[in-house]
Design a protein around this ligand. Structure first.
Ligand SMILES: [Mn+2]
Length: 332
């Protein structure tokens, strides 16, 4: 029995499901979760969507986004829990509920670098987005096409993870799938403007500061964007607005690896890490180099073209660590 058939069996047998995704969720994690929720609701199931962190503004336009709760409802247990787009256990909050609450944990994911922390892994590392794995699961459940309410979040997830159908993971199948989803009446500009644009002034100002401080190393093959907390504060921005700015380092001609480092304060459940953590985000131009290997060497993970990690040290030390790994990858 395939993992899809096993997951479908657990879904058919159950009535009440918990859906969640990684902390600081991105549009693929959220879109896959909301799409899956609508597929299950269409089958008459009760579904709760939960994430420790508030959803990013880029997905606030999705119907159902405002119903995602930040704590698991008390006194409720579930027939199964489905976790979307989450490669590793350490990307779930420490407060993730015990098995007696979650029931069997089904991982729905597409990350190449991952650990196998669930009870059932439904993973396709070739898929351009977790939403593609959700759609395959829907087919296994006999739900094809998916309900219109599921089409919009799943389309949004695919647009986000392919960079608007540009990244190397984009295939003819990706475009056919997106076309099928669009038949539900999706407005592509509504999705693109929410996912990639629609920034507040403070975020554009922060990008200006970050680009002003852009550096290159290894004869221009590596770009580094460093964002200390003071820079975020000077722009009147928030730490989460830094996410995605790593793309701008990759725009520089000749850059093979774009590195972004930014400081963030530890959350209440991370105080044992010290006063400041450094987030690392990596992009490989066209996927020629595997940045997931760099992230993995530093305790993180991700994809060949896009990866990340959290380092429990300051910005300066993190910069040395990641540059050493990047140099190794370049054979220098
Ligand atoms: Mn993804």
């Amino acid at each position: 029995m395939t993992c899809y058939a096993q997951a479908a069996e657990l879904i058919r047998r159950g009535k009440r499901f918990l859906l969640t995704c990684h902390v600081l969720p991105d549009p693929d994690a959220v879109g896959s979760m909301l799409g899956l929720a609508e597929i299950l609701r269409g089958m008459g199931k009760d579904v709760f969507c939960y994430n420790r962190d508030p959803l990013p503004d880029s997905v606030a336009f999705l119907p159902g986004a405002d119903a995602v709760v930040t704590t698991v409802p008390h006194g409720v247990s579930f027939d199964a829990t489905l976790v979307t787009d989450t490669a590793a256990r350490n990307l779930l909050p420490r407060s993730f509920p015990p098995k007696s609450v979650t029931g069997p944990v089904i991982i729905v994911d597409h990350h190449l670098a991952h650990d196998d922390y669930g009870d059932l892994m439904v993973r396709d590392v070739e898929a351009c987005a977790t939403a593609m794995v959700v759609l395959e699961l829907a087919r296994e459940l006999g739900v094809n096409p998916v309900p219109p309410a599921a089409a919009l979040p799943l389309y949004t997830a695919i647009v986000a993870d392919t960079g608007g159908f540009r990244y190397p993971g984009t295939t003819a199948e990706t475009l056919r799938t997106a076309a099928d989803l669009m038949d539900a009446g999706i407005d592509p500009w509504q999705v693109a403007s929410n996912v990639f644009e629609n920034w507040p002034m403070s975020r554009l100002r922060l990008l200006g500061y970050a680009i002003n401080a852009l550096e290159t190393e290894y004869a221009g093959r590596v770009a580094i964007l460093s964002v200390p907390l003071a820079m975020v504060e000077r722009a009147g921005a928030s730490e989460r607005m830094v996410e995605g700015m790593v793309e701008y380092g990759r725009m520089l001609g000749g850059v093979e690896i774009s590195i972004m480092l930014w400081e963030r304060r530890p959350r209440s459940d991370e105080t044992d890490y010290g006063e400041l953590l450094t987030r690392l985000s990596l992009r490989s131009s066209g996927g020629a180099l595997d940045v997931a290997a760099i992230a993995a060497a530093l305790g993180g993970g991700g994809h060949r073209t896009a990866a990340g990690a959290t380092l429990t040290c300051g910005l300066r030390e993190a910069r040395e660590l990641v540059l050493a790994e990047a140099g190794r990858m370049l054979g220098l």
